[in-house]
Design a protein around this ligand. Structure first.
Ligand code: NI
Length: 215
């Protein structure tokens, strides 16, 4: 009997490790210690985080207060004048989880929305070239070929599962952001990469220092 109890406890521990239930210590540090505008990882200094594979959130993390804090801080980071992006992925703020935020150019008012445990289920239509940049690769831009339409599935912030098709520029942003979750950057796919002079001028006095708790 005692052996069975021990064996069951052992199995429970193995199961909890393989699904990575709960936040890691690092993730809790990032979520709690980050300012409301978070440090954004940049290449090449932060390539370890930017190149890592991201994993899904489990029910425990989704129900936690830290989840809402992460969503709030990522939103403020993306919309802050110092960043002012059209999309961001969780690895860019140090969290290797499947979460992106995308500006929905295809919706009235162009809202920025969170997409949790997101997957691109299909890429639709022949690729077209278009300009792209990344908050993690200043001050460059590049020309990347992307599909005009994507079929995606994800959870909304309230946990509702959704499957939908997205077209146009928002579809391009989804492809860029979801690549981040697999450690892929647009420079890996770009036909050309060049310095964006306006962004370079804007970033002349930008502070790229990591927060003291990061290392
Ligand atoms: Ni990016």
């Amino acid at each position: 009997m005692r052996k069975w109890i021990l064996f069951t406890a052992f199995l429970a521990i193995v199961a909890s490790c393989s699904t990575r239930s709960g936040w890691t210590e690092w993730e809790q540090t990032v979520i709690e210690r980050s300012d409301s505008v978070m440090y954004v990882a940049v290449m090449p200094a932060d390539s370890a985080i930017l190149r890592a594979q991201s994993v899904d959130f489990g029910p425990k993390e989704l129900a936690s207060a830290q989840m809402q804090t992460l969503l709030d801080k990522m939103y403020r980071t993306l919309t802050d004048p110092s960043q002012d992006g059209v999309g961001i992925a969780a690895p860019q703020v140090g969290i290797n989880r499947r979460l992106v935020m995308v500006m929905r150019y295809d919706k009235p008012g162009q809202p920025i929305e969170p997409y949790i445990n997101i997957r691109i289920d299909s890429l639709i239509g022949p690729k077209n070239p278009g300009p792209e940049g990344c908050l993690s690769i200043p001050p460059y831009r590049g020309v990347v070929r992307r599909h005009p339409k994507v079929q995606i599935s994800y959870l909304k912030a309230d946990g509702t599962p959704v499957a939908e098709q997205v077209e146009g520029y928002s579809a391009v942003i989804f492809q860029h952001e979801c690549d981040h979750l697999d450690g892929i950057l647009y420079i890996d796919k770009a036909d050309t990469v060049y310095v964006n002079e306006a962004w370079a001028a804007e970033r002349e006095n930008f502070n790229y220092d990591r927060p003291e708790w990061w290392d």
